[in-house]
Write a protein that binds this ligand. Structure first.
Ligand code: FE
Length: 205
């Protein structure tokens, strides 16, 4: 079984935002999809490690800002590579506005946003699957949406490190960070994007 077959699935990329008791946060997800059209419902699957997931669970509301091909790596770094438990991601952040439901949407490097109210939350172990009714939406630009493949080939910076030839190294598939060594420790966490060892692949040069 070749696990790389999973990479052939196509995904969009989104900034998921929510708020509860005056605390706002947001994170990057690639799991936003429309699941029914009448009524218009979407689903999102969010890792339990994400602080924003807790805000969605507690408030029952969220916004999904659709990242476009003009999204900068800084947007991914800002919302994806740090936790809302440690930092207030909207403190001093300029490229956002409040939508009618009072939650933030990201206005730079995005082409639309959807506002949604949760109807069902399904516990999937590592993730929660939320099924939500779309209450509001707005088109922000005509720039094409960024797919995960587009992020991989055009937005993610090429790694500055080059592994020594002939040696085994492990590369983070999310941000490109390279760990040099025969074996990657199973509890290794990427120092750049905080993704686990399971998101690394072995490379030999
Ligand atoms: Fe990484």
């Amino acid at each position: 079984m070749d696990q790389k077959a999973m990479y052939q699935l196509s995904y969009g990329l989104f900034v998921l935002t929510s708020a509860f008791e005056g605390k706002d946060s947001g994170c990057i997800i690639n799991t936003g999809i429309q699941v029914t059209s009448e009524p218009n419902r979407i689903s999102i699957a969010v890792n339990k490690a994400n602080f924003t997931r807790e805000l969605v669970e507690k408030s029952g509301r969220f916004n999904l800002s659709v990242l476009s091909e003009k999204a900068s790596f800084d947007t991914f770094r800002h919302f994806g590579f740090q936790s809302g438990r440690d930092v207030d991601k909207f403190a001093g952040y300029q490229d956002c506005k409040r939508s009618a439901n009072g939650l933030y949407v990201v206005t730079a490097g995005t082409n639309a946003f959807l506002s949604a109210t949760v109807e069902q939350a399904i516990d999937l172990g590592s993730h929660t699957l939320f099924i939500a009714a779309v209450d509001d939406m707005e088109l922000l630009s005509q720039t094409p949406s960024a797919t995960y493949a587009y992020y991989q080939s055009n937005i993610k910076p090429k790694p500055e490190q080059k592994p020594v030839s002939g040696k085994t190294a492990w590369q983070c598939t999310v941000c490109g960070y390279i760990y040099e060594g025969e074996e990657l420790p199973p509890d290794f966490i990427c120092p750049v994007c905080k993704h686990p060892a399971s998101d690394f692949e072995k490379i030999t040069v």
